[in-house]
Design a protein around this ligand. Structure first.
Ligand SMILES: [Zn+2]
Length: 216
């Protein structure tokens, strides 16, 4: 059935359909919210933004670019028929070649941007036992506290010990950090050097032993 003026459709219905079509065409369905930053990935620049599809209430990350790292102009194909034949800046003389076409570059940049956003999040491992194991002891002169818990989704041991002093500062106690996964021991430099307090430290991991001894 044609929607012409041949009179097959009553005028009222024709107008109704026209109005519906008009509304659908001009209803904004995507709202765009720019993220106020550009980022560099593999030497090219990209502009991230959030696109919200209003009708289905879904927000996606969207990447524009790649832009020129020198002048921020838009990059385009040197030759439109050869997407892998290189990119050139539409503003300055910058040129580059890549293994991916523009869609592939944006896709890779999007994944890298998302990964980078996740870096700010705290990681909790459900593979590790929850909570913290803590043990403490002290005598008149010294105190010691040992903890096992998780940091960034990894098992971590921590031993704190020090001489009992009034108004204890970070330099009055030792902090030894144990990483069972990497079989490593390290000290926090912001605290007292353990070798000022102990003659020898020996840690036995599953596969290795780590030993630290004072000079004399
Ligand atoms: Zn440029």
């Amino acid at each position: 059935m044609a929607l012409g003026t041949d009179g097959n459709i009553p005028e009222k219905i024709r107008r109704f359909i026209y109005n519906l079509t008009y509304m659908a065409a001009f209803q904004p369905t995507i709202k765009r919210k720019p993220i106020e930053e550009l980022f560099i990935y593999k030497n090219l620049m990209y502009g991230p933004s959030y696109k919200t599809h209003i009708n289905i209430d879904r927000t996606d990350l969207h990447i524009d670019g790649p832009y020129c790292p020198k002048c921020r102009g838009l990059l385009s194909y040197k030759n439109n028929t050869q997407p892998l034949g290189g990119l050139s800046c539409t503003v300055c003389n910058f040129q580059c070649s890549n293994e991916k076409d523009i869609a592939g570059l944006r896709e890779a940049a999007l994944r890298a941007f998302e990964a980078n956003q996740r870096l700010a999040l705290r990681v909790v491992s459900l593979d590790l036992p929850p909570g913290v194991v803590k043990a403490e002891n002290e005598n008149e002169d010294y105190w010691v506290e040992a903890r096992i818990g998780q940091k960034d989704g990894k098992l971590q041991g921590m031993i704190l010990m020090g001489r009992k002093v009034k108004d204890q500062s970070k330099k009055d106690y030792v902090q030894i950090i144990l990483d069972p996964e990497e079989e490593q021991m390290r000290f926090d430099k912001g605290n007292q050097n353990p070798m000022e307090l102990l003659a020898k430290i020996e840690v036995e991991f599953q596969k290795s032993k780590v030993r630290q001894e004072g000079k004399d």
